[in-house]
Ligand binder design. Structure first.
Ligand SMILES: *[C@@H]1O[C@H](CO)[C@@H](O)[C@H](O)[C@H]1NC(C)=O
Length: 398
């Protein structure tokens, strides 16, 4: 762990050990893999009062971290953050691609007390030449958080040093297979996300590595069979660190085509090339035929349609009239019959000379046959209902 960090020219300046704004500084070269472990214990110290620390009553609180570039919402492009679980440490990792300085803010949130602590990480990236020979390996039985601790990185590096047959090997990139289109594994023991590890060296590839480039290797791997690392090249000491031979890739940066030269910038002013010669104006065109076709033809068509419609509406009127007259006759007949009926009713009402049946007259006594017209009586005491009076009393005035 110590020698790995010393390689990164690491300078740790804890400004204040228990302060909320501890500032940690790193200086790292371009193209080298960088890891920083966010230790929960360190942040726990920030959350606890000192007295408690000495008394030995340290909590083991769940914590989550939020990391971003100072004054920016996100991390720099090259830097990633991962934390599997609030009871695990977090990791900042990545490979810088260009020199510069990044100030990273780390906010830790204690999920028990909801206290927060803030740390500052200053990462200075200095330029360095890239190593020319690079190789990428896939480790299937690993997860990114398990590989990032420097002890595990060293184990993996040691295996690869033997495979490459050199000590001068640098880890240049470690990535989660999920970030490269890998599938989320089943939540069953023995299924892992997988990790890509890229290493680089000054020294050319070893014989073992060059087997990756043979047509035989490619044929075997295309067939989909589980190809084992060729005999004599299997240096895997810890089973979970073993590489998937078919996913091994070599990159020879010396063979890369040189980049095409950048386009040369001009002054921004075009050179003088004589006067502008406007082209001859085109010959004038006769638009009369076009006029005939676009205006006259539709007009004539409309006229013809108009005449046709007029003929249908007016010229064939006779037939319509005939039918009309018949309708009139029917109406006249109806009128006539109504007239007749009325006359009949009139003559009937004229024959009302005969007196109406007595029973229809008011004040008729059915026993005596006497009639009394209330119109002729002047007594004001006429009872309204005659049936209540004795018909023999003869009180009714005559
Ligand atoms: C490291 O790997 C990741 C994922 O494949 C990639 O995005 C990134 O550019 C790589 N970094 C370098 C320096 O190659």
């Amino acid at each position: 762990m110590a020698d790995c960090r010393s390689f990164f020219f690491l300078t740790v300046c804890a400004a204040s050990l228990f302060g909320a704004n501890a500032e940690i500084k790193f200086t790292i070269p371009v193209g080298k893999f960088f890891t920083y472990e966010l230790m929960r214990e360190t942040f726990q110290n920030d959350f606890e009062p000192l007295s408690k620390l000495y008394a030995g009553h340290l909590y083991d609180d769940p914590m989550i971290f939020k990391c971003n570039r100072q004054n920016y919402p996100d991390l720099p492009e090259w830097l990633r953050f991962t934390q599997r679980h609030p009871f695990d440490n977090g990791f900042l990792y990545g490979t810088p691609t260009s020199p510069g300085k990044s100030i990273i803010e780390i906010h830790a949130v204690n999920k028990r007390s909801y206290d927060t602590a803030r740390h500052i990480l200053v990462i200075k990236v200095v330029p360095e030449k890239l190593l020319p020979y690079q190789a990428e390996f896939f480790i299937q039985l690993r997860e990114i958080e398990k590989v990032l601790p420097s002890a595990v990185q060293d184990e993996i590096k040691q295996d690869l040093q033997k495979l490459w047959d050199t000590e001068a090997l640098e880890v240049t990139n470690i990535t989660n297979a999920l970030d490269r289109g890998g599938r989320v594994p089943l939540p069953i023991a023995g299924h892992f996300e997988g990790v890509y590890v890229k290493v680089a060296s000054e020294q050319y590839f070893s014989g073992c590595l060059l087997k990756v480039l043979t047509p035989e290797h490619q044929r075997q791997c295309v067939s989909g069979a589980k190809v084992r690392v060729p005999g004599g090249c299997n240096f895997c000491s810890i089973p979970s660190n073993c590489i998937t031979w078919c996913k091994t890739e070599l990159f020879d940066l010396t063979k890369l085509e040189p980049e095409p030269p950048a386009p040369t910038m001009g002054s921004g002013i075009l050179e003088a090339r004589g006067d502008f010669n406007p082209p001859e104006s085109p010959p004038s065109r006769d638009y009369f035929p076009d006029y005939l076709v676009t205006v006259m033809v539709p007009l004539i068509l409309a006229l013809i349609l108009c005449v046709l419609l007029a003929y249908i509406m007016c010229g064939r009127r006779e037939g319509v009239t005939k039918r009309d007259s018949r309708t009139n006759q029917i109406q006249l007949y109806h009128h006539h019959t109504i007239h007749g009926n009325t006359d009949e009713l009139r003559s009937m009402s004229g024959n009302r000379g005969v007196p109406p049946p007595l029973s229809t007259l008011p004040m008729f006594n059915s026993r005596t046959g006497e009639r009394a017209s209330p119109l002729r009586s002047d007594s004001p005491s006429i009872p309204l209902i005659m049936a209540q009076h004795d018909p023999y009393s003869d009180t009714l005035p005559r």
